[in-house]
Design a protein around this ligand. Structure first.
Ligand SMILES: Cc1cc2nc3c(=O)[nH]c(=O)nc-3n(C[C@H](O)[C@H](O)[C@H](O)COP(=O)(O)OP(=O)(O)OC[C@H]3O[C@@H](n4cnc5c(N)ncnc54)[C@H](O)[C@@H]3O)c2cc1C
Length: 337
């Protein structure tokens, strides 16, 4: 099918973009080589409103969470597979410092209803969720292949502009290097996860203490994820396995845990920890949607809607996520040399 807009890459970013275009009646085509490097294939799809050692409320979670919930619920109805599960997080305190941080921030009302009961060992995070990203990628791919809109090929986004009005690069780690968007200061962090056979876990509880354990289905869970900043290969390692196996045993004391699989992928970040969307500043027929970091499930639906609003109503991209923020800096640096 000939379409004026070509989406290159059908990971989480490309899938949400294509879905929002389909909803809005915007003609599009998608190409994806086959997910072999897709971090969306190995991502747990966890949306956790409070993360990190410093217990930080996720950026704009109050606005982004309802958008994500609505988008994934619509997708599961359209694709006919369950994708969205409401979860709670049992967050374990690492030390007294974390106890104090929670008490201070809670007393200031920073977390609102995201923090539930608190006890000596940890606290409950409410309003979390899990999106089944592998199921989303597979079923969306089948839908667009059947519609004749998706081709299983690789292509160079920059070189495809000639035959399309607009080409949007959603290629994750593959696109985050040279090429037309080389002025963007891409950063990477490799992550590994293990698949576990383990019985008796509550299906809606993520245990989080350093690493997390996520129940996936009866007798199956994932433990993850490691962070190796600056590393961009997708090969599983013995070190990754050892560290995650130890965490699984620590987080699930007294349970019989067997490792059944191991996967790795690469997160793409920007230094300001915000994603990046928009048109190339000098070649406006080339767009980008990348840098989802460790929060793609929360961010991707709202960012895809920004693309739709831009194309249908001419709305500018939010300056906090727009690609221009890096162009301005790189142009200033170039002119000072
Ligand atoms: C171990 C791990 C755990 C994670 N856990 C979570 C989590 O719990 N929650 C969360 O929100 N996020 C998580 N993430 C992050 C999440 O994976 C990313 O935010 C998101 O999936 C990135 O999606 P993407 O579409 O930008 O990139 P990708 O998923 O990498 O997709 C890019 C796609 O582009 C295709 N492609 C590349 N080059 C070409 C080309 N030249 N031509 C055609 N197609 C091409 C690839 O085949 C791929 O399908 C995790 C990441 C890792 C590594």
């Amino acid at each position: 099918m000939r379409a004026d807009i070509l989406i290159v890459g059908q990971g989480l970013a490309g899938t949400l973009l294509a879905w929002e275009f389909e909803r809005a009646g915007i003609p599009f085509a998608v190409v994806d080589g086959g997910h072999s490097t897709a971090s969306s294939r190995v991502a747990a799809g966890i949306i956790n409103p409070i993360t990190g050692r410093r217990l930080v409320k996720s950026w704009r979670v109050d606005q982004l969470l309802p958008v994500a919930r609505a988008a994934f619920r619509e997708l599961e109805a359209a694709l006919g597979v369950p994708l969205w599960q409401e979860m709670r997080v049992r967050r374990l305190f690492a030390d007294d410092r974390e106890r104090r941080v929670l008490a201070d921030k809670n007393a200031r009302g920073e977390f609102g209803s995201f923090v539930g009961a608190v006890d000596h060992d940890g606290f409950w995070i409410e309003g979390a969720a899990r999106v089944d990203l592998p199921a989303l990628l597979t079923t969306a791919r089948e839908r667009w292949r059947a519609q004749g809109r998706l081709r299983a090929v690789e292509c160079d986004a920059g070189a495809s502009i000639g035959s399309h009005e607009l080409v949007i690069d959603c290629t994750g780690v593959s696109g985050a290097r040279g090429g037309k968007f080389s002025f963007v200061p891409w950063e990477y962090s490799k992550g590994e996860v293990l698949t576990l056979a383990v019985n008796g876990l509550a299906p809606d509880v993520i245990v989080n203490g350093g690493h997390w354990v996520l129940p996936i289905g009866p007798g199956v869970a994932w433990v993850g994820a490691t962070h190796q900043p600056g590393v961009r290969d997708v090969g599983p390692t013995a070190d990754g396995r050892a560290v995650l196996e130890q965490s699984a045993r620590m987080l699930l004391p007294g349970r019989n845990v067997t490792v059944t699989g191991q996967m790795a992928g690469v997160r793409v970040n920007l230094p300001d920890k915000r994603p990046v969307v928009g048109r190339h500043p000098t070649n406006v027929r080339l767009g980008v949607f990348n840098g989802l970091g460790a929060k793609g499930a929360l961010l991707a639906p709202a960012l895809a809607r920004q693309w739709v609003n831009h194309l249908t109503e001419g709305m500018p991209f939010d300056v906090e996520v727009g690609v221009e923020r890096f162009w301005a800096r790189s142009s200033a640096q170039a002119s000072s040399h």
